[in-house]
Design a protein around this ligand. Structure first.
Ligand code: GLU
Length: 422
């Protein structure tokens, strides 16, 4: 069902709905529970007036979509990006619901976003925008209602400002309202590395299943933010060779291996990979078609499309980003049959898992060692992988559909059992 009458209607929202319908069809999800499981519960649209450094006031538009609250407080990041739309935030919220459910977290799903190019802002402007956004959504979130986190364009510092704003709103220090905070403010050891650690964990596990060794593995990563750079470091530490990286300015390819530490230092200094000379210059389009063992889209949605899916030269496609593959591209990849796809809701779930650990530590005021965080993370990832692969074998479907079958069935069951109110 296309739902073109919906305020969320957009290519990326339709992509998420089509994925859902595919999985719901396979398990014959009953009509009565189907649409209410699929559609977001509610959304908030906020206007955010911010005083800029030049003295003028600029007003930004922001959103928070709470997709599902039936299985626990909603959970999901906040994105600052110039291309944010309500439909995109809704799709991302939907994926958070399936992701949390799939890995067994006691959460629903949500996402937030602000239409802004934060790169063009000063630190002061960014702080005022972050605080204003939190001020506007504060009445609708909380440690037991909806717990935000970082996403594209936001980081630990933004989480710190938002936590402070919320704590002032309620009148006491309340770190459990948001995750991905600095360690000094109740952040968890390992949260910064968690998404990349998880992407690397699954990549290694599926390569091992295929009998491919670290020393024979080449990796290409699109997106060199938190997820891309942490994944690169983890896979390099394992012994794989990263032969291509890129960000929104373009990238480099280097068959001898990109020096990841050097690239990270370059980005820290220059704020992007533009002008980086650690390899031959490539565009993002060229990068995705480079020959490699593992291709990792770790930036935005809809970069693997019907135009390039037939041209991919990887053995494993590990989705570090949310929604990087369109429905048409999914079909092509399935028909090709030569690519192991590790779907987003499984592949990048390490981030929200350690967010959950951070929230638990905040609620208990008891903080864990880093090795404890990683041991618990790996245990949950291993269980999720085994469940997804068993479901894939049971229904003889793609790994994405198997992951979604698991994700959507728990939410649908919770809704059916809770019943309608009144
Ligand atoms: N934004 C991340 C995601 O898409 C993390 C969400 C969280 O930690 O709550 O999974």
């Amino acid at each position: 069902m296309a739902l073109t009458h919906s305020v969320y209607d957009s290519p990326v929202f339709r992509q998420a709905c089509t994925q859902f319908d595919f999985a719901a069809d396979i398990i014959g999800m009953e009509a009565g529970v189907r649409v209410r499981t699929k559609l977001p519960r509610r959304c908030l649209v906020v206007n955010l007036p911010v005083r800029m450094d030049n003295g003028k006031v600029e007003t930004f538009e922001g959103y928070r979509v709470q997709h599902n609250l039936s299985t626990g407080p909603a959970k999901g990041g906040i994105r600052f990006h110039q291309d944010v739309t309500l439909g995109e935030v809704a799709a991302l919220a939907m994926w958070m619901s399936w992701k949390c459910s799939l890995v067994g977290l006691p959460y629903g799903g949500a996402k937030g976003g602000v239409i802004v190019n934060a790169r063009d802002m000063s630190t002061g402007e960014l702080e005022r925008l972050s605080r204003r956004y939190m001020q506007e959504i504060a009445p609708f979130i909380g440690p037991n209602i909806d717990i935000p986190a970082p996403d594209v364009g936001t980081n630990e510092q933004v989480m710190a400002w938002m936590m402070d704003t919320y704590s002032n709103h309620v009148g006491h220090f309340d770190p459990g309202v948001i995750t991905g905070k600095p360690i000094a403010l109740g952040g968890s050891l390992g949260r910064k590395e968690a998404t990349g650690e998880g992407v690397a964990y699954f990549t290694k596990a599926y390569l091992t299943d295929l009998g491919i060794k670290a020393g024979d593995t080449t990796v290409v990563i699109q997106g060199f933010g938190n997820v891309g750079s942490e994944t690169a470091m983890a896979l390099q530490a394992w012994g794989a060779k990263v032969v291509g990286i890129s960000d929104f300015t373009g990238g480099v390819s280097n068959p001898k291996g990109v020096d990841i530490q050097d690239a990270i230092a370059y980005v820290a200094k220059n704020r992007s990979l533009e002008g980086y000379t650690g390899g031959d210059t490539v565009t993002n389009e060229q990068l995705l078609e480079l020959p490699c063992t593992v291709l990792i889209p770790a930036a935005l949605e809809r970069v693997i499309t019907e135009k390039n899916a037939g041209k991919l030269k990887c053995r494993v496609l590990a989705e570090g980003a949310n929604g990087p593959t369109t429905n048409e591209a999914d079909k092509i990849i399935e028909q090709r049959g030569d690519i192991e796809l590790i779907p987003d809701v499984l592949c990048n779930s390490g981030g929200v898992i350690v967010s959950y650990f951070e929230w638990l530590q905040n609620l208990q005021n008891y903080y864990w060692e880093k090795d404890e965080v990683f041991a618990r993370l790996h245990k949950m990832l291993a269980k999720a992988k085994a469940n997804v692969d068993a479901t894939k074998a049971k229904y003889r479907c793609s790994r994405r559909t198997a992951a979604l079958v698991l994700g959507i069935s728990r939410v649908a069951e919770a809704k059916a059992k809770r019943g309608l109110f009144p």
